[in-house]
Design a binder for this molecule. Structure first.
Ligand SMILES: Nc1nc2c(ncn2[C@@H]2O[C@H](COP(=O)(O)OP(=O)(O)OP(=O)(O)O)[C@@H](O)[C@H]2O)c(=O)[nH]1
Ligand SMILES: [Mg+2]
Length: 314
């Protein structure tokens, strides 16, 4: 791979010059949790812009990629540049592309204002959301106006990734009976916009009605999540969907919530980064200091050992 032969200095130059391969390489470093990317992040900091971040989540096969493809087409019509990150928490890391998503969005493959990439993260819980946040910052510095996250399912890490988005779109369909499943997994709380996709299939009216009655029972917040019906396969309802996203964004801005969220996210990310840094340091000490590891095994005192290592400083 050409990219891997570059030193990070060249990488930063190429990144600033708008070389998309440098961006892809930087995201690979982020995905691998390689600390060398921090230098790049520092050197492109001045270029940082905050892109709009919209998450699409829902059960497998509900039509997320098809919807995202439609949204990308709409954004391009409006001259906005857009990056799509498809995160797959169930695969350790993907190194590039989920084939299906690539095919679904292939018509944008040659458009330099569209960047499509899938991402996984090795290791611990929280790794993927850290990687996603760092990737979003890089995409902003690279100049993308919008970042769309596609996450599969409703497990813990999907919720974490969704929490990175300003606006979370939850996608349901008439035929999966996933309404009930979704509620169980607590996705109601994270949805800013509901989409009932595949409205060409029987049962969509019922799903919309069920959702509506469920939402009427939910505690009243400031924002009432709209419920939209779409037929992504025919590009129907995409404009209304994007209008709902923009209206949520407007609400975040005017209510002051946007600022609060940004502050909260930075604090959360700092706490997660601290955990990652500490974990790496402890692992390193245990592998570099056999006497210490030996004692740990003999005494069986993980907390004490962890504190001792962290107290030593670097
Ligand atoms: N009938 C119907 N089928 C649709 C519609 N939108 C998408 N599909 C089909 O649903 C299937 C899944 O679509 P995807 O967009 O790949 O769904 P996804 O949610 O991204 O799937 P994963 O990434 O695997 O979770 C494909 O065969 C689509 O053609 C729709 O509005 N109506
Ligand atoms: Mg998909």
């Amino acid at each position: 791979m050409v990219g891997s032969e570059l030193n990070e200095g060249d990488l930063a130059d190429r990144f600033r010059a708008g070389d998309v391969r440098a961006l892809a390489r930087a995201i690979s470093l982020v995905e691998r949790r390689d600390p060398s990317v921090r230098e790049l992040e520092q050197s492109v900091r001045a270029q940082r812009r905050a892109p709009g971040v919209v998450g699409f989540t829902g059960a497998p096969g509900t039509g997320k990629s098809t919807l995202v493809d439609g949204v990308v087409a709409l954004l391009r019509k409006h001259e906005s540049s857009v990056a799509v990150l498809a995160t797959d928490p169930n695969s350790p890391f993907t190194g590039g592309a989920i084939l299906g998503d690539r095919i679904r969005m292939q018509r944008h493959a040659l458009d330099p204002k569209v960047f499509i990439r899938s991402m996984g993260a090795r290791g611990h819980l929280g790794g993927l959301s850290l990687a996603t946040r760092e990737a979003i910052r890089l995409l902003g510095a690279f100049g993308f106006d919008e970042v769309i996250l596609e996450t599969v399912g409703v497990g813990q890490s999907e919720l974490e990734v969704a929490a990175v988005a300003d606006t979370t779109v939850v996608v349901l369909t008439p035929n999966l009976g996933d309404g009930v499943q979704m509620i169980k997994a607590g996705i109601l709380e994270i949805a800013d916009v509901f989409v009932v996709n595949k409205a060409d299939l029987e049962g969509h009216v019922r799903v919309v009605a069920e959702l509506r009655s469920m939402l009427s029972l939910a505690p009243k917040g400031q924002w009432k999540p709209p419920i939209l019906a779409t037929i992504a396969a025919k590009q129907e309802g995409i404009e209304e969907l994007w209008a709902a996203v923009l209206s949520h964004r407007q609400h975040l801005e005017s209510s002051g919530r946007a600022r609060e969220l940004a502050a909260q996210r930075l604090k959360d990310e700092t706490a997660e980064a601290a955990a990652e840094i500490a974990r790496d340091r402890v692992r390193r000490s245990l592998s570099e200091d056999p006497a210490l590891a030996e004692r740990l095994l003999a005494e069986g005192t993980p907390y004490q050992t962890a504190e001792e290592i962290l107290d030593r400083g670097r």
